[in-house]
Design a protein around this ligand. Structure first.
Ligand SMILES: Cc1ncc(COP(=O)(O)O)c(C=O)c1O
Length: 429
């Protein structure tokens, strides 16, 4: 199939042109992606045609949803190269998946976890809480500025008490990626386990967990064209046997008496209570849609868009970009600040003046910005449905803003108060 972004865009109702003839320019897929018709249809089909609960009742609605629910599990297992549907646990998001592993491991006091200094709060606050509650120790791996990975620095942190290394595959802050396969080898050589936050990678690149040798992989499906509030943990079956479930309740037990119970094997012991069936079926449809587009094709599409923006803004001395210089090493994200312009104002200006939706702030990696004395920045993120005209709209918006707001060097006339172009709408994280 040839990759036609014009055709792909017709699958996304949110991208349809509005009454004034303009189409939204959605460059915030790293926060949440848009959903295609196929996902909406899968969810609607559930509510319209077989709105039952899986795994409990024996009637036809229940049978149908049970079958489709498990089929979605199989699809996800294939999608991330796990090859065993029993290793897929449906959850609300990657945050819950990371918590399931963190809270579920049998920690002893003074056991250690290694994280990087560029983790999303989902992969930071959890460990701080476990440090307080269970006495674990956190070691922070400082990543080289911009790009690269320091194997020696990790080696120093891998101590006999290190039970887990937990890090991102692709950063939501600047789009850089870590060499997960090599890290898994290094970590395993010390008898330590590896938890990977796959939130920003799984939607964009082919993932083969068996090849990578990852122990636990956390994903949010709402960043990969799935419905909101859906995600999953992927892990080899034997790893799941070592985790204590986060929640207890219906569907998790083989039997119970007034004084005890026996847990079902994974994955069911981790899916307590009635599940988000529409969401899971929507996730299954999302994965099918992505596989149909082709992950390799999506990667090269992201790359081309990012290269286009990078090239166009290269000459703008007031644009300060984060992450690797080479856009192909951060294909999904163009993170930047305009010197002399607040990041939230930039985002508001792009939205109001150019229909360009981006994210601004500190992207849930507060410590990284604090360590560099930065207030935050703007993040444009690309996905399969973005067109070159989306990229060009971003560039035009940034260039116009630069022209409109003079830099500190070009002093405003005495007495004038330089105003940022749009009023503040509120603080974002
Ligand atoms: C790298 C990374 N990890 C974790 C998360 C948390 O994802 P969620 O809020 O869907 O659980 C995000 C969300 O932006 C992210 O980008």
């Amino acid at each position: 199939m040839t990759y036609s972004v014009e055709r792909i865009r017709t699958d996304f109702p949110a991208l349809r042109p509005r009454k004034d003839g303009t189409a939204p320019v959605y460059l915030d897929s790293a926060c949440m992606s848009l959903v295609p018709d196929a996902v909406l249809a899968a969810m609607e089909e559930y509510y319209r045609d077989f709105p039952g609960c899986a795994g409990r009742s024996l009637h036809r609605f229940a049978e149908e949803v049970s079958h489709r629910y498990e089929r979605a599990r199989e699809r996800l297992s294939e999608f991330v190269g796990l090859g065993d549907p029993r290793g897929i646990i449906f959850l609300r998001n990657a945050t819950e998946a990371l918590n399931l592993v963190g809270q579920g491991l049998p920690w002893k006091r003074r056991d250690r976890v290694v994280i990087t200094d560029q983790e999303h709060n989902s992969n930071l606050v959890l460990w701080q809480r476990l440090a307080e509650e269970r006495g674990i120790l956190i070691d922070v791996l400082h990543l080289p500025e911009g790009d690269g990975f320091d194997r020696e620095a990790l080696e120093v942190l891998l101590k006999p008490e290190t039970r887990l290394v937990s890090l991102f595959q692709t950063s939501n802050l600047d789009g850089r990626s870590l060499p997960i396969g090599e890290i898994a080898e290094q970590v395993h050589a010390h008898g330590t386990q590896l938890l990977v936050d796959g939130c920003q990678a799984a939607p964009h690149v082919p993932v083969d967990l068996r090849k990578l040798g990852v122990d636990y992989y956390a994903v949010s499906a709402h960043k990969m064209m799935g419905p909101t509030g859906t995600g999953f943990l992927a892990a080899p079956f034997d790893r799941l046997l070592g985790l204590r479930p986060l929640l207890s309740g219906g569907e998790t037990v083989e039997w119970s008496t007034l004084s005890g119970h026996a847990l079902r094997p994974p994955p069911h012991r981790f899916e307590a209570g009635l599940q988000n069936y529409a969401g899971v079926l929507g996730t299954g449809a999302a994965v099918e849609y992505l596989s149909h587009l082709g992950l390799e094709e999506i990667t090269s599409h992201d790359r081309a868009l990012n290269a286009r923006v990078t090239r166009a803004l290269e000459g703008e001395s007031r644009v300060k970009r984060l992450g690797p210089d080479d856009p192909s090493r951060r294909p999904t994200i163009y993170a930047f600040a305009i010197e002399g312009v607040n990041a939230s104002d930039t985002a508001l200006f792009l939205d109001a003046g150019h229909q360009v939706m981006v994210r601004s702030g500190r992207h849930c990696v507060h410590s990284w910005y604090d360590a560099r004395g930065l207030e935050g920045n703007v993040r444009a993120s690309f996905y399969a449905y973005n067109s070159t005209s989306d990229a060009d709209a971003l560039v035009r918006g940034v260039q116009e803003l630069i022209e409109r707001v003079p830099s500190k060097e070009s002093k405003p006339p005495t007495g004038s108060t330089r105003k940022t172009p749009v009023a503040r709408r509120g603080k974002r994280r």
